[in-house]
Ligand binder design. Structure first.
Ligand code: NAD
Ligand code: DAU
Length: 365
């Protein structure tokens, strides 16, 4: 039995991980620390809030004293670190928060883990798992081989640079102090509770509001997409079978150009409206509600500065060593995701009110 401290557990991937973990390991204890920034949302954890093995603490990972206290009080043996500023566009307009949370926040967690697990009475069987991204490897051309764990880091945005810095600190705490660390570098996730500033949920919610679908540049940038539960499953395998001190790539083997992803979602949404007259009543503004095509909303806009052209993950090491294979196909995953947003209007309406709307509006002013 494990006791986990999950940082950023009220965010998109963190919350999906908590749901996954408590379903998979119902006797384990899970403590979440989350600062509840614009991206953190207690609604994401509503399904586990009454579980006696679940505890939520609102707090900042930069508060080393609080983290030390949580590690001690709850007898934590496994820290899974999701908390971050995660949106590339925000890192371009306001990098400060990325440096603070992603670099200093990770450093704060490492310091707390060292004090509690290594200095004084040691906790021999501990693990610090750091959740990182494929973006630290930089960008690929159409013909370059996919990123392996040996690919040199070449981050291009303030976001990816801050994640790369945190990866290096985690590595250093293993090599210098012997902290039991693992790191996973994953590709683009999608699924329930995805904040609608990111491409897939943005497109779904904009279609329902009959708002433009902004395609940056020529729309030919390529990303590898993985259903979020398959990321949680990959982290589970790293925690249970991964070798300490190692990095593991997690990917979906599922590369798509942005414009093709957007077209696919438009087609799926049009089909949903064609088969379900209640939807037209629920979302009367949507083009599809008036027998129009959602794709008519596609609008090419100015490119993201420094936009990485292509990410692709070579997950051979994770597949061979840990027996990892994603369980969800893209076809089933994207259909589930569209259905989730159609069935959870209250969730996305609540997160789209207020500061998010103001921030998004500024991007197009
Ligand atoms: P998210 O933005 O949805 O959630 C981040 C969470 O961290 C929020 O709940 C927020 O409140 C919390 N948080 C932020 N600053 C904090 C602080 N100082 N102290 C405590 N909590 C804080 O992010 P996400 O998409 O769920 O990403 C989670 C992790 O996975 C990140 O580390 C990200 O770099 C990594 N990752 C994301 C993807 C992806 O496709 N989204 C892919 C690979 C890796
Ligand atoms: O690769 C993993 C990364 O994936 C994670 O580390 C990040 O936390 C996560 O946000 C995601 O980064 P991206 O920048 O790839 O995701 P985003 O959804 O912002 O954009 C996906 C692609 O779509 C990217 O090429 C930019 C483009 N895009 C995005 C938005 C929001 C558009 O063309 N229009 C848009 O409105």
């Amino acid at each position: 039995m494990k006791t986990l401290l999950v940082t950023g557990g009220a965010g998109f991937i963190g919350a999906n991980f908590v749901h996954y973990w408590l379903a998979q390991y119902p006797h384990d204890k899970v403590v979440v620390i989350d600062a509840l920034t614009y991206a953190g949302n207690m609604a994401n954890l509503a399904a586990v809030n009454n579980n006696p093995n679940f505890t939520f603490v609102q707090g900042d990972i930069c508060n080393t004293v609080l983290v030390e206290q949580l590690l001690r009080e709850h007898g934590v043996d496994t820290l899974v670190h999701f908390a971050a500023e995660s949106h590339v566009d925000r890192s371009i307009t306001g990098p400060d928060a990325f440096i603070e949370t992603n670099i200093l926040g990770t450093y704060s967690l490492l310091k707390a883990a060292k004090v509690v697990w290594l200095d004084g009475d040691t906790v021999v069987d501990h693990r610090f798992h750091h959740v990182s991204t494929d973006e630290v490897y930089g960008t690929l051309s159409a013909t370059d081989p996919a990123f392996t764990e040996e690919t040199a880091y070449a981050p291009n945005s303030p976001y990816s640079a801050s994640k790369a810095a945190s990866d290096h600190l985690v590595r250093a705490y293993h090599h210098t102090y012997g902290l039991n660390v693992t790191t996973s570098n994953c590709s683009n996730n999608y699924g329930p509770y995805h904040f609608p500033e990111k491409l897939i949920p943005l497109v779904i919610t904009h279609i329902l509001h009959n708002e433009a679908l902004p395609i940056y540049g020529d729309g030919q940038q390529i990303r590898d997409w993985l259903y979020v539960t398959d990321h949680a499953y990959g982290i589970d395998l790293v925690l249970n079978k991964g070798r300490v001190g190692e990095n593991y790539n997690i990917g979906g083997n599922n590369e798509w150009a942005n414009i093709d992803i957007v077209q696919t979602i438009c087609t799926l949404m049009d089909k949903q409206f064609a088969n379900n007259s209640a939807l037209a009543a629920q979302f009367p503004k949507a083009a599809a509600a008036q027998k129009g095509a959602s794709a008519s909303l596609i609008t090419y806009v100015k490119d993201r500065p420094g936009h990485d052209r292509r990410y692709a993950i070579d997950a051979t090491k994770t597949n061979n060593e840990l027996g990892y294979q994603p369980k969800e196909s893209f076809e089933t995953g994207i259909a589930k995701t569209v259905a989730w947003y159609l069935n959870n209007e209250a969730w996305w309406r609540a997160v789209m009110d207020g500061s998010y709307k103001d921030w998004l509006q500024k991007q197009y002013d």
